[in-house]
Design a protein around this ligand. Structure first.
Ligand code: F6R
Length: 254
């Protein structure tokens, strides 16, 4: 694991954007795992700027998002499909048919999960997976207690997560109770992981994920077992980490 610490959110976003853009330039048909939430928006803005400047192209890139709410159709204003369309897809040259997000209104959710796994496999697996982290250490919608061994599946959202995400909805009651998410095994199957975190809100989860026990109680701790994981933080999210990377437990660059 490699930890990169940047001054603030903007510098963290720029650094992460450059790392992934470099991967796309080297492999234009990259299979890219994407996340929603506030954290990656700055990185997405950088990619949009690069595409508009002619420095980057997503035409041959295939994308798979981590998750989608159950019960929200793709065109629902609060669906993750709408979020991705607004924040990224409509502003870059990605081919719509190459973008994948689970269908939250599929009549058979188990079949939808199986099909999502099949599509990822058919694409050759995920080359680079972008992740954010919840204050409770969730990644994707894999909440504390989640089995490390699962691929895409349906989860019940914790009340904490529903409350955290209610900022995107008119009222708390409007936040769905369930979601489809790639599982921790799907995430660990990615060849490279780029985890982003910013702000003091995340410093405890980041500290426990990188330096605590590897435990299902803190889903992101599984990333300690990944052979190629880059963690890009701002100083606030890194504020509880040992200054020396814990005597070389992890490579750390400030
Ligand atoms: C998003 C996702 C979540 C978020 C996490 C952090 O697709 O799966 O795990 O990455 O909740 O969210 P923000 O970035 O809003 O703090």
């Amino acid at each position: 694991m490699k930890i990169l610490i940047e001054k603030d959110y903007e510098a963290m976003s720029a650094r992460a954007a450059r790392i992934v853009a470099e991967r796309i330039r080297r492999k234009p048909d990259l299979v890219l795992g994407l996340a929603t939430g506030s954290t990656p928006i700055g990185m997405y803005r950088h990619w949009i700027g690069m595409v508009q400047a002619g420095d980057l192209s997503f035409t041959d890139v295939t994308t798979f998002n981590l998750d989608e709410y159950v019960g929200l159709a793709g065109d629902h204003p609060q669906s993750f499909r709408t979020f991705m369309h607004e924040q990224l897809f409509r502003q870059i040259d990605v081919k719509p048919e190459r973008t994948h997000i689970p269908d939250g209104v599929a009549p058979d959710l188990a079949a939808e999960c199986a099909e999502y796994n099949r599509l990822i496999e058919e694409a050759g697996g995920i080359d680079v997976q972008i992740l954010g982290i919840g204050k409770n250490g969730h990644i994707g919608f894999n909440e504390p207690g989640e089995d490390f061994g699962k691929l895409t599946h349906v989860v019940r959202l914790s009340e904490n997560t529903r409350r955290a995400n209610s900022r995107f909805f008119p009222r708390l009651e409007d936040v769905p109770t369930h979601a489809i998410t790639m599982g921790l095994k799907s995430i660990m199957n990615a060849r490279q992981i780029v985890l982003l975190a910013a702000g003091t809100d995340k410093c405890d989860a980041v500290q426990r994920a990188l330096y605590g026990d590897v435990t299902e109680d803190l889903p992101a701790s599984v990333l300690q077992l990944h052979p190629n994981c880059v963690v890009v933080l701002d100083e606030a999210a890194a504020s509880k980490l040992p200054a020396d990377g814990n005597n070389g437990k992890w490579e750390m660059e400030k």
